[in-house]
Design a binder for this molecule. Structure first.
Ligand code: ADP
Ligand code: ADP
Length: 239
C-alpha cells in the first residue's frame, strides 16, 4: 500500500520561479527513498511540501490516504507527528540537554511549556532513553547539545523525530554537514530504522554514491521535474 502519493504537484515561488512542475510519484510503506539532483533542482522544496513546511501551489499530496493540502491546522499538527523531520543543521536547542531536546520533540505538538517545566510521563522518558540507546547515545543523555559532535547532534535529531512514533522520516540533507565517518553512522542508522522498524525514510542527498548504496529507490530531480524514478542500479544508464 502507498503511504505517500504526489499527483501533478507544482510549486511556484513568487511570479516566475517554478520550483516543481507536475511532480508525480508514490512511496510504499517502509521504503527507503533518496531524492537526488543538482543544486536548485527542487529537492528541498519537494521534501518540504510533504509536511507543508512549504505549501504546494497545485496538485494533490496524500499521506496515508489523507489529502495533506486540504487538511486543517489541527489535522496537520497530528499528521506532522507521523512525519518526523531531520534537518541538515540539526535544529536542536543547544542549551538544553540531549534528553530534553528529545522529549521536547515528543511534546512539540502539545505545549512547549510542558517541556520546559519537565512534565513528562515515566513512559515517555523511558521510551526516549531506549531510542537514545539504540542510536548509541547512552553516554550523552544528560550532556548539553552544544557539547556534542555533529554526528551526535544528528543522532539526537533522529531520536527527537522517532520519539513521536512516526510512520515516516523526512531527512533534508542529513549528512551534508558531516564528515565521511559520521555520515556513514547516520546513514546506517537511517537504513536500520527503515529495515527493522518499518518506518518509511525519504532523504535528500547530494552524495549520489551514498544514495545508490542505501536506497530501495531513487527519485532523480532536475529543474523541478522527476527525471528518474526507479532502482539505484538503473542510475548510471539514465544519468
Ligand atoms: P534544491 O534543494 O534541489 O537545491 P530548492 O528546492 O532549494 O532546490 O530550490 C528550487 C528552486 O526554487 C531554486 O531555483 C531556488 O532558488 C528556488 N527557491 C527555493 N526556495 C525559495 C524561496 N523561498 N523563494 C524563492 N525561490 C526559492
Ligand atoms: P538550506 O539548504 O540550508 O536550507 P538554502 O540556501 O538552500 O539553505 O536556503 C535557505 C533558505 O532560503 C530556505 O528557506 C530556502 O527556501 C530559501 N531560498 C532558497 N533559494 C531562495 C531564493 N532564490 N529566493 C528566496 N529564498 C530562497
Amino acid at each position: 500500500t502507498m503511504l505517500l502519493e504526489f499527483k501533478q504537484v507544482s510549486k511556484q515561488y513568487g511570479t516566475d520561479t517554478k520550483a516543481l512542475t507536475d511532480v508525480n510519484f508514490a512511496v510504499r510503506e517502509g521504503e527507503f527513498v533518496s531524492i537526488i539532483g543538482p543544486s536548485g533542482a527542487g529537492k528541498s522544496t519537494l521534501l518540504r511540501c510533504i509536511n507543508r513546511m512549504i505549501d504546494a501551489s497545485s496538485g494533490e499530496i496524500r499521506f496515508n490516504g489523507v489529502d495533506i493540502l486540504a487538511s486543517k491546522k489541527s489535522e496537520l499538527k497530528r499528521l506532522r507527528t507521523q512525519m518526523g523531520m531531520v534537518f541538515q543543521h540539526y535544529n536542536l536547542v543547544d542549551r538544553l540537554s540531549v534528553i530534553e531536546n528529545v522529549l521536547h520533540g515528543r511534546l512539540g505538538y502539545k505545549s512547549t511549556l510542558e517541556g520546559v517545566f519537565g512534565l513528562y510521563s515515566k513512559e515517555e522518558k523511558h521510551q526516549a532513553l531506549t531510542i537514545l540507546r539504540t542510536l548509541g547515545l547512552e553516554e550523552q543523555v544528560y550532556k548539553r547539545c552544544d557539547q556534542l559532535s555533529g554526528g551526535q547532534k544528528q543522532r539526537v535529531g533522529i531520536a527527537r523525530a522517532l520519539v513521536q512514533n512516526p510512520k515516516m522520516l523526512l531527512c533534508d540533507e542529513p549528512i551534508a554537514s558531516l564528515d565521511p565517518n559520521a555520515s556513514k553512522v547516520i546513514m546506517d542508522h537511517l537504513r536500520n530504522i527503515s529495515t527493522t522498524m518499518g518506518i518509511t525514510v525519504i532523504v535528500n542527498l547530494h552524495q549520489v554514491d551514498t544514495a545508490l548504496k542505501y536506497s530501495d529507490r531513487i527519485l532523480g530531480v532536475n529543474k523541478g521535474t522527476i527525471v528518474y524514478n526507479g532502482h539505484p542500479s538503473g542510475i548510471h544508464r539514465e544519468q
